[in-house]
Structures are given as structure tokens and as C-alpha cells.
Write a protein that binds this ligand. Sequence first.
Ligand code: UN1
Length: 477
Amino acid sequence: MKPNLIAGEWRTTQDAQANINPSDTNDIIDHYALSTLQDVEDAVQAAHVAASSWGKSTPQQRFDLLDKIGTEILARKDELGNLLAREEGKTLPEGIGEATRAGHIFKFFAGEALRPSGEKMASVRPGIEVEITREPIGTVGIITPWNFPIAIPAWKIAPALAYGNTIVFKPAELVPGCAWALADIIHQSGVPKGVFNLVMGKGTVVGKALVAHPDVAGISFTGSIQTGKDIVTACAAFQKKVQLEMGGKNPLVILDDADLDTAVACAVNGAFFSTGQRCTASSRLIVSEGIHDRFVEAMVNKLAALKVDDARMPGVEMGPVVDEAQLAKDLHYIQQAVREGARLAFGGQTFERKTPGFFLAPTLFVETTNEMTINREEVFGPVASVIRVKDYEEALFVANDTPFGLSSGICTTSLKHAHHFKNHAKAGMVMVNLPTAGVDYHVPFGGTKASSYGAREQGSHAKEFYTIVKTTYIFAG
Ligand code: UN1
């Protein structure tokens, strides 16, 4: 059994959970600790005790730790990428790419640790000086989803450490493998006892206890909308800082003047890479009528040629769905779309491969309206739908007509439309001639409306959540 990391020690639990490969359900990667409330309590206590000394650690100490972790992740990116592909079902290149991203994130925040920011100014009163500095918030609970098993933990853990916080990390139950490997790297890199704790297990046990614990000062969560809503309500009652990243129903607008190859490449990548299991996935393809038929034909040809199989097989372009429950959810949405009158242009069915896995064909609907359930709710699978529109104005209206606001894309060669879209898209991120998914690691990430809540993640903006401002007045005589 792979144990928890609590107060600098590896601790097993009585119960364990199996980590199953979604490309081959006969392949059990390992068993991982399944924590009790006592484990959470011990981890929070350890983090709480460690908070004062880590909060006063020097920028050099933090730089050295984060830099070492980043170096180790990058040195082991192939192995970590392989583990990621095996437990989550991303293709091997995607898995290695994600591990590389995690390494870069630690390197970025190593640099950030050396850049503590502050201001000093005169008071409005004579003889007084004012200083504005930032302090760590204390112990943070980090709760992460299954779809980015190493990058999302990295982009929460690295800034938490860089800005002087201690951590209790609860990874998604479906992907404890990468979380454990990352914890092992952090431990071996010399993180002081109690500064970083790993507590694996169920959201209903571990997550819930972290949210309610009085010694946890903040929660950073990425995951489903319902859980996010529950967390924000609970955090408000405890006056905790909270940062949420949740769903998306991201539009990709394709105008008549778009370069067709670019549009198809953006749509295939955005909607189907990582098996569409990204909150930034391009699930609504909003296509103007002059290019509509050519676009749909090119998409269908592309999807027919897409190689879907075991995530680690060479040349595979799309791996399986993550598990049986997610597959059932995807199929439910597909059936509902058909019932509501959407026309299936490609896919819609599961299929068999050599190994028993959760394989679903890339699925494209056409003749859909923005009111259909398939265009309102997040599927989180390899399913996209085309919405035909008259012109740019209608496209912009439909793009913004959603409860979500994470990422919004447009394919066009018109500077006028690209510029207007950039200024009027109601989303936290805008992509021009790029897929809605796939972001850099050194700039802020986050959305508007139902997609996000609280301060932005990533880049130097991450300090807004992981620090609190102190204003000091000094009477200098
Ligand atoms: C990306 O598109 O590169 O859960 C990142 C998600 C997002 C991360 C997307 N939080 O899909």
C-alpha cells in the first residue's frame, strides 16, 4: 500500500483503494491509503504546528526547495508521464507534457519566492511611515480533480509553499498515483516536517473535514460545480479564504473568414484531446453559415481518422474515458442530445479494443441549438456540438449565452472581429486562432460567472490567494 505523508512520516491506513488503469481494467497500478478523520486531524495539526517556522523561512530556503522539486520532476518526466497516462488515460505525449508543465510550475514559483513584494510610503499624518507587506495565510487545504493529476496539484502546492504556507493535500480518489509520486519528490527534496502533508481518500471524508477544520485558513479547490458550491458555503461559515475552479461550456467561434485547417485543428484539439476531459474543452463549436458545411465535413473526416486506443500505445491520439461512472454520464448526455433533436454527425458509441477499457468514440453533434441540454451543461467527455449561426454578431451573443465563463475562442482572419471578440467575450481567458484549452504556466488562469470563484490561480497573481496583506504604521518621531 502507498501510504499517506503526515508530519514528515509515511503512514499506512487500515483501508486501501485500488488505482485502476482506464485503458485496461485488469491492470491495477497499486493500492493507496484511504484516510480516516483521525488522519486528517493529524495532518492538519502537523501543518498548523509547522506554519510559524515555514512562514518565517527565507526566500532562499523556499527557492532551494521549489527548485529542487522542479528539477526532479523534469528529470523524471517520462516516468511520471507514463504513470499519468496509465492511471488517468491521457495519451503518453499528453502525460509527459503535463509532467513537464508541473516541473516548470515549480521552477516558476522558485523564482517567485525570491520576489517578495511590499510597499513603503509616507502616512497622511506627519512623522509616520506606512509599510504594506504580505504574509502567508497559514495552513491551506488543497483539493484537486482527476483530470490533471500532476499539473493542478503543482499549480496549487508550488505557490502555497513559495508564499510561506503549509499544506494538507487531498488528491482525487481516481488518481492517487501521481499525487503520491509528487509527495515523494517533495519529501525527498527536504521539505521540513509537517510543511507538506498528503492525505488520500474520499472527498466526503477528507475534503469535508479539511473545509470544516478551524486550523485550515484557506481552501483551494478544482472540481465539480456542486462540490464547489458546497465548499464556498461551508468556507463562508468558517470565514476561510476560498478559491474555486469549476466547470466550463467553452465556445469556439468559427467565422466564414477563418482558415479552415486552423479551425479544424483548434476544434479537434480543444474538444477531443485529453478525451475532452478538461474544464477548458471547446464543447460548443459556434460556426457561421458560410463555412458551416465545409467545417463539419472536415471535422467528420478528421474524427474518422483519429486513433483511439490504450493511452500508452504509440501513435494513439485519444485515450479512454477515466472510469465507468464518467462513461455512463457521457452516454447519458449523448442520449439526451439525440432525444432533444441534435443530429449525430460522428461517434456516439463505445467500442472494444484489445484491452478492456472505457473507450468512447469522439462524438460530434450538428444542428444543435444553444438551449439544448448538451449546450448548457458540462459533459466532461469527448463530446462537442456545432451550433450554426448567421454572422459574427449572433456568434458573439451565443458564445456569451451560458452560465459559464472560463475560456472563449475564435477562429478568424479578421483583425476587426478578433479585436472585438477579445473585448466582448465574457470569459476569464480568450483564445484567438487557438484551442480554448491548453494554457501557459506563468500567467493567471481562471474564469468568470459560474466557472470560478475567488482570486486567480497561477503566475504571480497566485499570491492574491496565498497571502494576506498587512499594513504597518511606524511613528518615526
Ligand atoms: C488547460 O487547458 O491547459 O480542470 C488546463 C481543468 C483546468 C485546467 C485546464 N483546471 O481542465
